[in-house]
Design a protein around this ligand. Structure first.
Ligand SMILES: [Zn+2]
Ligand SMILES: [Zn+2]
Length: 133
């Protein structure tokens, strides 16, 4: 019984993430999940996100502030643009040379298991007001 309940929780959380490109926080996922599972707790959402991340079905994105992590369903590798004004996170393409750059050439690097690209700035929606300030 316990197993099938967990499976259903995970399926719903994964579905929420597959239907959005907005990189929601755990709290937002929790609010959305409660529509389908009124009794689900925030702790359960975190636990399921952790499990899905270990299974490589969900990716955790560390935000550019202390607002906490954001999440997305695992999709092909891409970079993230963080808007410092509205905290939006947008998907951006990786430069062609990103994976083949030869990071091991640095004296500090022995091997690379994962690459992440985070670009921080002002998004298109925020730019006009950002320059006016
Ligand atoms: Zn913005
Ligand atoms: Zn993304």
């Amino acid at each position: 019984m316990k197993k099938s309940r967990n499976t259903r929780q995970r399926a719903i959380i994964l579905e929420i993430l597959r239907q959005t490109r907005s990189h929601p926080s755990a709290e937002l996922i929790y609010r959305e999940a409660r529509k389908a599972l009124p009794n689900i707790s925030l702790g359960t959402v975190y636990r399921n996100l952790g499990f899905l991340r270990e299974q490589k079905m969900v990716k955790e994105i560390r935000a550019n502030d202390d607002a906490g992590s954001r999440f997305e369903a695992a999709i092909p590798p891409h970079g993230h643009f963080h808007c410092g004004h509205c905290n939006a996170i947008h998907d951006i393409p990786l430069p062609d040379s990103f994976n083949d750059f030869g990071w091991e050439r640095s004296e500090f690097v022995s091997s690379v298991s994962e690459l992440e690209l985070h670009v921080i700035g002002a998004c298109a929606a925020c730019a006009p007001s950002a320059s006016a300030n």
